[in-house]
Design a protein around this ligand. Structure first.
Ligand code: SF4
Length: 426
């Protein structure tokens, strides 16, 4: 039987909320982001809040695929757009102010730069990358007005919620400052996308998952998940050469990203899910150069797990996973739960089998018994219920409290706030 993708935001086989799907639903058109270099610098480089910048930052201000700042923004835009339009003549565009800190200038200059791009044909919005400590109140007011006229997204760098790591990488802003800026933008109904980075030196998997859990609570609109890449001519590159620290392997990264997706609110759009360094600049890790291999590996791992973005936010998802993996299309199923939702779901899993909720039961016939009321399947009658199963059948029990009897005879899983037990015939 064909396995279904239960992820609600995807029209295809993707198991996470892709930017492509999001744009398609919003604009009903293919949308391209065009990376621009407006020639800004950064308060973390010029000494306003810090010097030297974040230790991983390249001299292009983490805008290595943006245009050349010596050229006008319009020319930068046209150069990239002309290439894209050969293949996608109907495409529409978002101007992406990517390099350095794109709100770090007096407001009249900012307005002039943003509005130069907004005037161009087929531009449907702007995406502006910046630091949480670099947006003034008057700029926020301007953004509020701008967002009523165009599709505006502000991208904030965070990278990690952990103070020690943040200090180590020289971010030079606090988590409090970040959170306050997210709330100010949200109060003005402006979409917020947050950049995080996996594989920062000395961070554990648990720490990376905590960063995602924190962002879930902030109800951001989108996330960019980067893998740390160590570039030549950066402080990080120098540190790595002097004292190499462990860098995530591809398999470790895939595992962490899939865990992050499973705990991430499914409405949050995934703008990026891996790093994309230039080969000539990269010191490590080399596996990042095969971007499509990384993307395919993430898809494959989610299929292998039979999970998707937000999977771990609801125990119902775990119940559905067990059912879809263990019920066969010819099975007879007995369910103690005859709610419409459960019956509808079970019906999707069987073609020629049947769902039994009456007491008309025959021994050795059932493939699956689902019980959501553990008082009904007690020590005294479990032998009877097991006798109803065929040789490959199983009993699946869901309960809010742990149950020592089921523990003795089955397999226990704790998921969110629910205990699940699987008891097999043999
Ligand atoms: S905030 Fe951005 S531009 Fe500034 S130093 Fe850090 S990475 Fe570079």
């Amino acid at each position: 039987m064909k396995k279904k993708n239960y992820f609600c935001y995807s029209d295809n086989n993707k198991r996470y909320h892709t930017l492509n799907d999001y744009y398609q639903n919003k604009f009903h058109s293919k949308i391209f982001k065009i990376s621009l270099n407006a020639g800004f610098t950064c308060p973390n480089i010029d000494g306003s809040v810090g010097t030297g910048g974040c230790i991983y930052c390249s001299n292009l201000g983490s805008g290595d695929f943006a245009g050349n700042s010596q050229e006008s923004l319009t020319n930068q835009f046209y150069q990239i757009r002309d290439e894209i339009s050969k293949k996608w003549p109907e495409g529409k565009y978002i101007g992406y102010f990517q390099a350095h800190t794109n709100t770090y200038a007096p407001l009249p200059i900012l307005k002039q730069k943003y509005e130069e791009i907004l005037k161009l044909d087929n531009v449907v919005g702007l995406s502006i990358a910046t630091r949480p400590d670099a947006i003034t109140e008057e700029c926020l007011d301007y953004f509020e007005e701008l967002s009523k006229k165009t599709f505006l997204t502000i991208e904030l760098g965070l990278q990690t919620i952990h103070e020690n790591t943040s200090k180590f990488i020289n971010r030079c802003h606090s988590l409090k400052c970040f959170e306050e800026m997210v709330k100010k933008l949200q109060k003005r109904h402006i979409e917020v996308v947050v950049h995080i980075m996996n594989g920062l030196p000395y961070e554990t998997k648990e720490m990376m998952l905590e960063t995602v859990k924190y962002l879930n609570k902030l109800k951001i609109n989108g996330i960019k998940i980067h893998m740390l890449h160590i570039l030549k001519d950066t402080k990080l590159g120098l540190l790595y050469k002097q004292n190499p620290f462990p860098v995530l392997t591809k398999n470790e990264y895939i595992d962490i990203v899939c865990d992050q997706l499973e705990i991430l609110d499914p409405s949050i759009v995934i703008h990026r899910i891996t790093g994309d360094p230039k080969k000539e600049d990269l010191i490590a890790p080399n596996w990042l150069l095969k971007k499509f291999d990384v993307l395919n590996s993430i898809d494959k791992e989610l299929v292998r797990r039979n999970t998707y973005q937000g999977f771990r936010l609801s125990s119902i998802n775990f119940r559905k996973k067990i059912m879809s993996e263990n019920i066969h299309h010819y099975d007879q199923i007995y369910t103690f739960d005859d709610s419409k939702e459960t019956l509808n779901f079970l019906n999707t899993l069987i073609d020629t089998g049947s769902i039994i909720t009456s007491n008309n039961l025959q021994k050795g016939k059932l493939g699956f018994i689902y019980c959501n009321d553990s008082t009904l399947l007690c020590r005294n009658n479990i032998r009877y219920w097991k006798s109803l199963l065929h040789n490959k059948g199983m009993i699946f029990i869901e309960t809010k409290e742990p149950n020592s009897f089921y523990q003795e005879i089955g397999e226990e899983t704790f998921f969110i706030d629910t205990y699940f037990y699987v008891i097999k015939k043999n």
